[in-house]
Structure formats: structure tokens, C-alpha cells
Ligand binder design. Structure first.
Ligand code: S3P
Length: 170
């Protein structure tokens, strides 16, 4: 296995897979800073993710998401939680590969993702079960491009972190 040179971990996966929860714990245990891309976008715009989508539109969201990704990647070491759509934008994928960090897909069964996202209002792309599943199916081929896949379904955040730490890339 190739040993990564950069101390950058990108957590990716669909909405509700645990990127933020796992990222906070992982960063704490590594003693590295944690950056949540969505949080930096909300802080930068002074609006919630839903408001950014509603008022400024998804294309604008994707532009500032790319800029935030570049900015976050200047920190090293860092654990960076991407948004569910970050890794599926070609320019982001290309940039992340160029950065030569470690990409970890937090994979979770769709039923559990649906359960976790229901009733949460700040996810503009969670409209209904059918479109949620369709989006998930479109994105899985991208998520599969990550260096590592870790299952999060039915597991505690700490169990997920333990598995990531066992990857022996740190
Ligand atoms: C999105 C996922 C969200 C957020 C935005 C768009 C997506 O992040 O970036 O609503 O395209 O799947 P989470 O995956 O953290 O919910």
C-alpha cells in the first residue's frame, strides 16, 4: 500500500453517514484540527446551508464549496469533513487527488441514511425518499474512488474511528 505523505484526511460519503461526528472524534484522537466544510460555508456566508441553496442557488454553493475545500486543504495536519456532494464534483476530486491526502468513504446503508436525515431541515437535497435514493445511487460510483471504505451502519462513532486508525496510514 502506498504510504501517504500528507497529513490530510478527507472524510466523504452521503448525507447522514457520520462525517462530522466521526471527524470530530478522529481529529481529537489524532490531536489534529478538524474542519467541517459545511460549517465554514455557513460561517462565511452568515447563512445556513438551506438559506445558501434557497437564496443563492446550488451552482453558487458548489463554487464556494470548491473555494472552501482549497482553503481548508492549506491546513496540515487536518481532518476535513466534506459535504455529501463535494467528492462528486470533478474539480474537487481532481484537487483532492492533487493534494495527496487520505480519502475515507464512510459507507452506510441507505435505509439508515434516510432514518438519520429525516426531520432535519438543513439538508436542501433531502426532498423525498425516492430522490434521496436516486442521488445516492448516482454518487456511489464516485465514493468508491476513495482510498478506503469504512462501514458506519449500526456502529458507534468510536468503532468507526478505531477502524480508521487501524488503517495504518498515519
Ligand atoms: C450536500 C450535502 C450536505 C451539504 C449540502 C449539499 C449534498 O452536507 O453540503 O446540503 O450535495 O449531498 P452533508 O453531507 O454534511 O449533509
Amino acid at each position: 500500500m502506498r504510504r501517504h505523505q500528507r497529513k490530510l484526511v478527507y472524510l466523504l460519503g452521503f448525507m447522514g453517514c457520520g462525517k462530522t461526528t466521526v471527524g470530530v472524534l478522529l481529529a481529537r484522537q489524532l490531536g489534529w484540527p478538524f474542519i467541517d466544510l459545511d460549517v465554514t460555508l455557513e460561517a462565511g456566508q452568515g447563512m445556513s446551508i438551506r438559506e445558501i441553496f434557497d437564496r443563492l442557488g446550488e451552482p453558487f454553493f458548489r463554487q464556494i464549496e470548491h473555494a472552501a475545500l482549497r482553503e481548508a486543504s492549506r491546513s496540515e495536519p487536518a481532518v476535513i469533513a466534506l459535504g455529501g456532494g463535494t467528492f462528486v464534483q470533478d474539480s474537487n476530486l481532481e484537487f483532492i487527488r492533487f493534494m495527496d491526502g487520505i480519502t475515507v468513504w464512510l459507507d452506510c446503508p441507505i435505509e439508515e441514511l434516510e432514518r438519520r436525515c429525516q426531520g432535519i431541515d438543513n439538508r436542501p437535497l433531502f426532498r423525498d425518499a425516492a430522490s434521496f435514493r436516486q442521488l445516492f445511487a448516482q454518487r456511489v460510483p464516485y465514493y468508491q474512488l476513495a482510498d478506503f471504505r469504512v462501514s458506519t451502519g449500526g456502529r458507534t462513532p468510536q468503532e468507526v474511528v478505531d477502524e480508521i486508525l487501524k488503517l495504518q496510514v498515519f
